[in-house]
Design a binder for this molecule. Structure first.
Ligand SMILES: Cc1ncc(COP(=O)(O)O)c(C=O)c1O
Length: 289
């Protein structure tokens, strides 16, 4: 069961006109909310980011916060599986093809839920391989746009090398990865680039920062150079589906000891415990670190 423009229906019956600007221009924004045991994780934060993305690209938000929440709950409850990735996107809508933004059209809203695939325990224990690339994406990476061609082509670089992520550098500085944020650890201090137009403000990134603060783990949000990443003791990638995952090789060279480090071990545990706490609290309550 998926949701399209006001209706719940089987995915086979969901149809979008070919002139939808999402199809023609990639003109839309999206979100992916992880759901554990039918409890959406950080739903309000995801909805706040959606609202921001819509505002930045000047697409009228078709629903209020409460309506979005209800739609997510209904979709979650309609699935036969417990852990879900709820994907939703809003495109500008259907109009005659013209670059300039059309006025007075209805946005297209599509939502679906798939089984959530998080890293298997064996990958968490062993750590992942990553490849680096130059970040050639546009300069509004803070918008969660459905125009993901740059991210897809950059992800393919690591996919072809059998690696889990592509870590991106722009002008000698770390930005993020093709579908995750990146943290490093050196001498026990965690560091990650600050939020800017060059990275997506990750919801998992925020959770990691909050958990670090709540547990007295030193963390700096500052520019991180490519040399620092290559010389780091630990490198992690974070996202709603990868959660917190250690990177143990970069371009084939070991990161630190070549094994997931102690700070990663600590943060991974904190993250799992935090998830448990959220699940226990139930789906209508906000939980802080
Ligand atoms: C480019 C990019 N950066 C970072 C993230 C991590 O964001 P979040 O933690 O909200 O999933 C994603 C997630 O899809 C992403 O696509």
């Amino acid at each position: 069961m998926v949701f399209l423009n006001g209706r719940f229906l089987p995915i086979e019956e969901a149809r979008v006109p070919v002139l939808d600007r999402g199809f023609i221009f990639g003109d839309g924004v999206y979100e992916l909310v992880p759901v554990y045991s039918r409890v959406p994780f950080r739903l309000d934060e995801h909805l706040a980011r959606l609202e921001r993305s819509l505002g930045e690209v000047r697409i009228q938000n078709p629903y209020g916060r409460g309506q979005w929440r209800e739609l997510v709950y209904r979709l979650v409850d309609a699935q036969p599986f417990e852990d879900q990735g709820v994907y939703f996107q809003v495109t500008r809508g259907v109009a005659k093809r013209d670059h300039a933004l059309p006025q007075g059209i209805e946005p297209t809203v599509f939502m679906m839920a798939n089984p959530l695939v998080t890293p298997p325990a064996e990958l968490v224990a062993r750590g992942a391989a990553a490849i680096s690339a130059q970040d050639y994406r546009w300069l509004r990476c803070d918008i969660k746009s459905i125009s993901l061609l740059g991210n897809c082509l950059l992800r393919q670089v690591s996919a072809e090398a059998g690696a889990v992520e592509t870590i991106l550098f722009r002008d000698g500085k770390l930005t993020e990865a093709s579908a995750s944020n990146v943290f490093i650890v050196k001498g026990g201090v965690i560091a990650s680039p600050p939020k800017s137009h060059l990275i997506l403000p990750g919801i998992t990134y925020d959770v990691v920062c909050e958990l670090a603060a709540a547990n007295a783990l030193p963390l700096e949000l500052r520019e991180v150079t490519e040399a620092e990443v290559r010389g780091a003791d630990e490198v992690w990638v974070t996202s709603s589906s990868k959660e917190v995952l250690a990177v143990v090789t970069l371009d084939g060279a070991p990161v630190g000891s070549g094994r997931p480090g102690p700070v990663f071990g600590r943060m991974h545990r904190l993250y799992q415990d935090f998830k448990e706490k959220v699940m226990r609290a139930g789906k209508r309550e906000a939980v802080s670190a």
